[in-house]
Design a protein around this ligand. Sequence first.
Ligand code: AMP
Length: 431
Amino acid sequence: MTYNKKSVEDIDVSGKKVLVRCDFNVPFKDGVITDTKRIVGALPTIEYLVGHGAAVILCSHMGRPHNVFNAELKLSKKEIKKIDELPENEREAATAAALEKAKGDITKLSLKPVAEKLSELLGKPVQMASDVVGPDAKAKAGALKCGEVLLIENVRFHAEEEKNDPAFAKELASMAEIYVNDAFGTAHRAHASTAGVADYLPAVCGFLIEKEISIMGKALNDPERPFVAILGGAKDSDKIGVINSLIEKVDTLIIGGGMAYTFFRALGNSTGTSICEEDKLDLALELIKKAKDRGVNFLLPVDNIIGREYKEDTTFMRIYSDSIPDGWMGLDIGEKTQELFAKSIEGAGTVVWNGPMGVSEWENFASGTRAVARAVAESGAVSIIGGGDSAAAVEQLGFADKMTHISTGGGASLEFLEGLELPGIACLQDK
Ligand code: AMP
């Protein structure tokens, strides 16, 4: 997928009301924002718009709230299932208690703390609306002057957001004259604030999305070679599509993490109690064949660190084999594999990496991911780290500043690499 989308620099924003979709889905602990990266990431676009005389209306989701702004409050499928499992005489009270608890999302998942932090970072007041498309947001948006900034409430407080309801998208659009999408993390979702709104307003991207698509687009379409892709993490099913499409582009494909064990099993090796997707064995063989036919250097682990149980402090040992004994599970790649992978990464021109090489959250099983992170950092290659767990691992292990680009969207970057159309980007105007 090649995108050549207009950005905020390609249109006249001066004197205009601009609705900007940001990704302010920041982590919290005890009511305090623990990581401001996403807010900091949004600053260049906001500052540009403010500096060019726009009145800036920001919106975002936060977490997975209940639809607290709809007339009928609904519980999630999971909550309903839990209540259904209770004895019949307890269900009514449990439903009432769950609905009461759900109302707490209004404060728990409010964007108000984001407005305060943003105001601090921007060095200017950021107004906060207590609703999304209600009277407060509309009044504040209506009165907003050039150079001022307003944040409206969590768009997911309305069920219509994730349903991409056209009437809701139109209401959102009615507050502005231009739409800017700068939330790469949700660009793979066709929601009202990420895509639907573009049906009603001229739509362009912000600097964050522009950077993501230009760096990842170049890597995919015109990579410095050799082009090495490293895929890891837990599930093959999430990444089969990416493996399939990357095989057509890369020179080397490295598979580590829990995903590797499905390939081990497909090749007839024992995998003990390692995670393994039995229904993907044929597909795994097809992918190995496709890689071979295309002359791709396809690398799997040759040794492993295995544990008794899926527990941080489980008994563990190294085995110099690509077969896992009964009663053990593979939780990290071994030293020989680290060397093998590092050698292939050494001379790379481009590296794309998504998914840790083992359970890197646990120190005993982090050395494989650390070794690969070091190899990527020292390779001098254009290095692109998919968001989510691989980005967290690279940061936690101290290699973040050595990478060319760490994507702000896990799911979105995977879909981009797979070549799928991202609705939040496809809806923007072409240059
Ligand atoms: P994903 O979301 O598919 O990228 O998976 C990331 C998760 O995969 C991380 O939480 C890792 O702990 C987990 N993971 C990596 N290797 C293994 C493994 N060998 N066994 C179980 N989980 C793993």
